[in-house]
Design a protein around this ligand. Sequence first.
Ligand SMILES: Cc1ncc(COP(=O)(O)O)c(C=O)c1O
Length: 468
Amino acid sequence: MLDVPVVLDRAAARPLADQLADALREAAAAGRLRVGERLPATRALAATLAVSRTVTAAAYDQLHAEGWIAGRQGAGTFVVAVPPARPVENPMPAPVSLASAPVLADLRPGSPWTAGLRTDVWRRAWRAAADSRPEQRPLRAGRPEFRRAVAEHIVRHRGLVVDPAAVLATAGTTAAVTELALAVLRRGDTVAVEEPGYPRAVGALRAAGLQVQPAPVDDDGLVVAALPTEARAVYCTPAHQFPLGGRLPAARRVELVTWARERSAWVIEDDYDGELRYDVAPLPLLAAVGPDVVIHLGTASKILTPTLGVGWLAGPTGVVDSVLDYRNAAGAGPGEAGQRVFTALVDSGDLSRHLRRVRKELAARRELLVSALATAGLAARGDQAGAHVVIPLANSETERRVVAAAQGAGLLLDGLGRCYAGPADRAGVTLGYAAPATRADLAAALPALVRLLIGAAPAAMSQPSASR
Ligand SMILES: Cc1ncc(COP(=O)(O)O)c(C=O)c1O
């Protein structure tokens, strides 16, 4: 069998044998036939193409004479060399490089400390993940052992007791927000989203046809009293408000759950980095306060890597059933590999050990960063948690200048403006400190960062600064 499609034009003036030789030559030049590949026998190829054997034999003779193929008696005909590829007539324009200098450090928020993931631990998890055969059909809710491992993870690291039956595997938080928008909410519904907040949540909701209403936040997180009354759901980050870094106080958690109950609205609790807290013990999850109205979303993106594509949803039965109905109808669902790897890491105890290392390292990095900024009179804001802080700046114009100047100096930063669905009422930069491979790499970037920020005339510190 020849896997290469060959089209012969019987009406053309060019003889069929020449057309066939051209097609095979071009296939080799384009990489569709490789050196060492066996070509079909002339008789078989003639039958496939519905031509006489003289046509295929003549084409092979031609290619043989040119030196591209060779035949061995009884062994068949093989490709022995390939013609050079023809230059593409309309080459794609070269990608424009946005970085104006070699990257000294990526300080954008969002990255985990992947260099801290021990290679032997990672390899062991993937090996264990391959121990059993793949499923023949997708498990729409996720693998049973994954749902059990997630329940174990959340009770151990987030203090929430949850039945594995109430847990669904997801492909990550953003994917879960999309699923909720499609399965639980209705096109045109209004969802209140923290402002400033997580831009991908806004993007996912809007892409699914929902209206996003900004909901104000203060130093403690979401201002429940200011929630838009028409909202059918609220998306929030109570453990560590993204990006400002506050922690929603217990009284506001109760207030939020009451608000949702009174309106039969949903609260989507994005617990994206809840495992990472370096000072006080975490407060009870919203899902513990209002299990009937809160949909809890967790992710492996911050504690392992977003490339695993693994997250989880824990919610009321009705929500779980609606998501499953949607998945069954749309043929959607989470991939298997990441769930297996995550399960192996939980079962071996490696995830808990890794988390201890991550917390220790990120707490030290945060201290390094905040101290370097403080010695220059710059105050960072945000709790002792997660993997980023915010440096307030005077206005959006200054923010744009700092981000551009930083890029010129090889430092990648994000402006606070990205986190607004509407007009920004604060300015600043978000600094992530998990991406550099080592603490020394982060330290090496700090002098340039501090110089840039000092030059940018930071905002008067009306807001409380980061706790030290
Ligand atoms: C607020 C917030 N939520 C969720 C995530 C993670 O999303 P995902 O699980 O889709 O990678 C991030 C990652 O940057 C985040 O900042």
